[in-house]
Write a protein that binds this ligand. Structure first.
Ligand code: HEC
Length: 500
């Protein structure tokens, strides 16, 4: 959970900063967390009032794994039992309770003085009042239940603002199967834009704060990975043409949180964000990777609704940022914050190779249609090509420089020997995958480019940036054909500048 806060790569720091802003300005906090003072009459609820305070301030050190003072606060039972010292609380006696002593402590204090400020008096008062009222656990919750999960269940996603006061970073994009529309990640929503006019045509509310990867499945349904940093992650399948849309400000609005005809199925429920998705070329397998380091592979040959989890692969030492299937559907190439790209044999369920040359987090991977060359790109600004087979497996064959900063995404253009990269240097580049030469530099973004998609027929590229701008480009000549800000209601950006 703490890892997301400690990730210092440029991607996470900047994403984190924007999300903090967004949260502050846009997202109403869940009841209980925002206003911890109990109403004068209502008794204090452990799960709604106390647990959110503990989660925010204490679980980092008093979690289930190696808790400090041997005190695991993530279950009511283990919190009540206590650690190496006296029980943390005695029902009805706040003044005799160790936890109150420590929260107010002049000498020894919790959270410890060298790490954090004391809790505000209002929050300490909530815990004090709860102990005074008998220190009870709410009815219906098992005392051994994981409180993080219980809080997640009770959490309701905020409703996205009708018009955005600030641009939202575009973290994922996908062309619809007909290539006419682009789906973009918003704040607790997906937004659908007409690729030729740049007009907002639809909005789909989501539980996830942001989408980090999207892929249309063979049946036209949309698989979306994302979550809330450090809180939860998911892979869900949506029908963006399902349900009964409302009209808000002239735009169709779908409820992807509660409408079962829109949010069809949740494939994965994780403790932290899911970062990437890939669909096998035969359309029969879907793979995801994320902050839990695990790559999940589903058999979706019977449709996403009947998806079967086929394998969960633990092959990386850190977050998995990128995934790509080989053309024969038998291998999966993965890229990770552990600074390697790896290849996995899906049939034999074994690791085939590890490519270590980036010596920096790997944000994008691909594999050539002939299966013999792998590509990876990342924080070292390079696109590297390497052998996948024989004695020379994992040996680098080429490196292509040009980007001045981190490469954030790498995608292939279908049926053409072209790779496309997005970078924190504000550009998108097209590369020839046969010789590694740079074919085109697509300039015009005015901020880090984080999201990239290619239309199913390969003729168009969509890129999205930190400042919310989405650009649509023609693959053939690299010309910018459309630009819009994917934050609903924000003023349109300046007209696109021609490519250099
Ligand atoms: C940065 C880490 C950290 C955070 C955050 C933290 N604690 Fe602690 N806590 C410790 C350490 C270390 C000890 C063990 C101290 C010792 O044994 O002298 C401890 C011990 C305790 C104990 C005594 C456990 C025992 O029986 O030994 C209680 C109660 C406690 N903490 C409550 C809290 C509460 C409540 C919060 C949140 C408001 C909190 N702590 C946040 C590090 C932390």
């Amino acid at each position: 959970m703490l890892r997301s806060r400690y990730c210092l790569c440029v991607l996470c720091v900047t994403l984190g900063a924007v999300l903090a802003l967004m949260l502050f300005f846009l997202a109403p906090r869940p009841a209980g967390a925002a206003d911890p003072q109990p109403a004068a009459t209502a008794p204090v609820s452990f799960i709604n009032d106390v647990a959110p305070i503990l989660k925010e301030n204490c679980f980092g050190c008093h979690g289930a794994k190696n808790p400090k003072g041997k005190l695991d606060m993530t279950k009511f039972a283990s919190f009540q039992k206590g650690g190496t010292k006296d029980a943390p609380f005695h029902a009805g006696q706040p003044d005799a309770s160790l936890v109150i002593d420590l929260l107010k402590g002049a000498d020894t204090r919790m959270p410890p003085k060298d790490v954090a400020d004391p809790l505000p008096p209002a929050k300490i008062a909530v815990i004090e009042q709860w102990i005074k009222e008998g220190a009870k656990l709410d009815a219906g919750i098992d005392e051994k239940a994981d409180l993080v999960k219980e809080l997640c269940l009770r959490w309701t996603p905020p409703v996205p603002p009708i018009t955005y006061a600030f641009p939202v970073t575009v973290t994922a994009l996908a062309f619809t199967p007909d290539g006419k529309q682009v789906v973009a990640s918003g704040h607790h929503e997906l937004t659908v834009w007409d690729a030729s006019t740049g007009k907002l045509v639809k909005r789909i509310r989501t539980r996830a704060r942001r989408a980090l990867a999207m892929v249309f499945l063979p049946d036209g349904k949309l698989a979306v990975a994302g979550g809330r940093p450090g809180e939860e992650g998911d892979v869900r399948v949506y029908d963006i043409n399902g349900g009964t849309p409302k009209t808000v400000d002239g735009v169709a609005y779908l409820d992807g949180v509660d409408d079962k005809a829109v949010m069809l199925k949740q494939l994965l429920d994780a403790d932290d964000e899911v970062l990437c998705l890939a669909l096998s070329p035969d359309g029969k397998k879907l793979a995801s990777g994320g902050c839990d380091r695990i790559v999940n592979v589903w058999d979706i040959s019977g449709g996403a609704l009947n998806a079967k989890l086929e394998q969960s692969i633990e092959n990386h030492a850190d977050w998995v940022f990128a995934l790509a299937f080989s053309a024969d559907d038998k291998f999966l190439v993965t890229g990770s914050r552990d600074k390697t790209a790896k290849m996995w044999d899906l049939e034999h369920k074994e690791s085939v190779l590890t490519f270590p040359d980036h010596q920096a987090p790997v944000y994008g991977v691909a594999i050539k249609p002939d299966g013999k060359t792998g590509f990876s790109a990342g924080d070292d600004n390079q696109v590297r090509a390497w052998n996948t087979q024989g004695d020379q497996a994992a040996k680098q064959t080429r490196t292509s420089g040009g980007h001045g900063k981190t490469i954030t995404k790498l995608v292939v253009v279908p049926k053409q020997p072209l790779l496309v990269t997005a970078s924190a240097d504000d550009t998108v580049r097209i590369w020839n995958e046969d010789n590694g030469s740079a074919v085109k530099t697509l300039s015009g973004h005015t901020d880090y480019v984080y999201a990239l998609a290619v239309s199913p027929d390969g003729t168009q590229i969509a890129s999205g940036s930190f400042n919310g701008e989405v650009k649509i480009w023609k693959t053939a000549d690299g010309s910018a054909v459309k630009a819009f800000n994917a934050s609903p209601g924000l003023a349109a950006p300046a007209p696109p500048t021609p490519p250099k």
